[in-house]
Design a protein around this ligand. Structure first.
Ligand SMILES: C[S@@+](CC[C@H](N)C(=O)[O-])C[C@H]1O[C@@H](n2cnc3c(N)ncnc32)[C@H](O)[C@@H]1O
Length: 197
C-alpha cells in the first residue's frame, strides 16, 4: 500500500505510520526543513522513507492508496481549500482515501490569528522546552516568534460545510470531533476519512 504524508511539519506523522506497519511511505512538504528532519530520523532508525519537496497547489508526484496529514487543510484560505482537495484527489488511486483533520470553529469567514498573549505564551513554552533539552535558547526564541507571527488558520463550521468543500471530489466516509490542547488554545478538530468520488 503506497502512502504519502503530505505537509509533514515534523517526523511525528511518518513515525506513527511506521509504527502501524506502513512500509511504502513517501513524505512531502513545500518546506525543506521537515524533510531534512525526516531524512535524519530515517537514517538514524534505518527507516525507508522517501522524501520530496513539492507545493500541493502545483501537483503531487506519484499516485497513492492513502494520503494522510494533520491540520493541513486548515492552513489554506476558503478560496484555496477546494483546489487543494482536487490536487489530493488527482494523486489518489480510484479507491484511494484521504485521512486528515480540519479545525472546527467558524468565525464568520475571518481567519484565526493568535493574539499577543497567546503568541507570548507560545514563545515562552518553546524557550522552556529548548532550555530543558540544552538547545540554543536564542535561536529557538527567534524561530518560535517567526513561526507564531505567521500562523493563520481557516477553520470550518460543520459537516455541511465540509460536504460542500468536497462536493464532486470526495465523499465523507467517516467524521468525528476531538478536542486538542492546540498550539495556543484548546481547539476542536474534525477527524475525517474521505473517499474519492
Ligand atoms: C499545519 S502543518 C501540518 C500539521 C502539523 N502536524 C502541525 O500540527 O503542525 C502544515 C505543513 O504543511 C506544509 N505546507 C504548507 N503549505 C504547503 C503547500 N502549498 N504544499 C505542501 N506543503 C505545504 C508546511 O510547510 C507544514 O509543514
Amino acid at each position: 500500500m503506497k502512502t504519502l504524508v503530505l505537509g509533514t511539519a515534523d517526523f511525528s506523522m511518518p513515525y506513527l505510520c511506521t509504527q502501524v506497519g506502513i512500509k511504502n511511505l513517501s513524505i512531502s512538504d513545500i518546506c525543506e526543513t521537515p524533510l531534512h528532519v525526516c531524512n535524519f530520523i530515517a537514517n538514524t532508525e534505518s527507516y525507508r522513507w522517501r522524501t520530496f519537496q513539492s507545493d500541493v497547489l502545483t501537483g503531487i508526484d506519484g499516485i497513492y492508496d492513502v494520503i494522510v496529514n494533520d491540520a493541513f487543510l486548515t492552513r489554506f484560505d476558503y478560496d484555496t481549500k477546494r483546489c487543494v482537495l482536487a490536487q489530493i484527489a488527482d494523486s489518489l488511486m480510484n479507491d484511494g482515501k484521504y485521512i486528515t483533520t480540519i479545525r472546527k470553529g467558524w468565525r464568520g469567514g475571518a481567519p484565526v490569528i493568535p493574539d499577543t498573549a497567546e503568541q507570548v505564551e507560545f514563545v515562552r513554552n518553546a524557550v522552556s522546552a529548548a532550555y530543558k533539552r540544552g538547545i540554543p535558547v536564542e535561536k529557538v526564541e527567534q524561530a518560535a516568534k517567526d513561526y507564531i507571527a505567521k500562523m493563520v488558520s481557516y477553520p470550518i463550521s460543520n459537516e455541511d460545510m465540509l460536504k460542500k468543500l468536497c462536493n464532486g471530489i470526495f465523499e465523507i466516509e467517516a467524521i468525528s470531533t476531538i478536542t486538542t490542547t492546540g498550539e495556543c488554545a484548546e481547539t476542536v478538530y474534525f477527524e475525517i476519512v474521505l473517499s474519492k468520488n
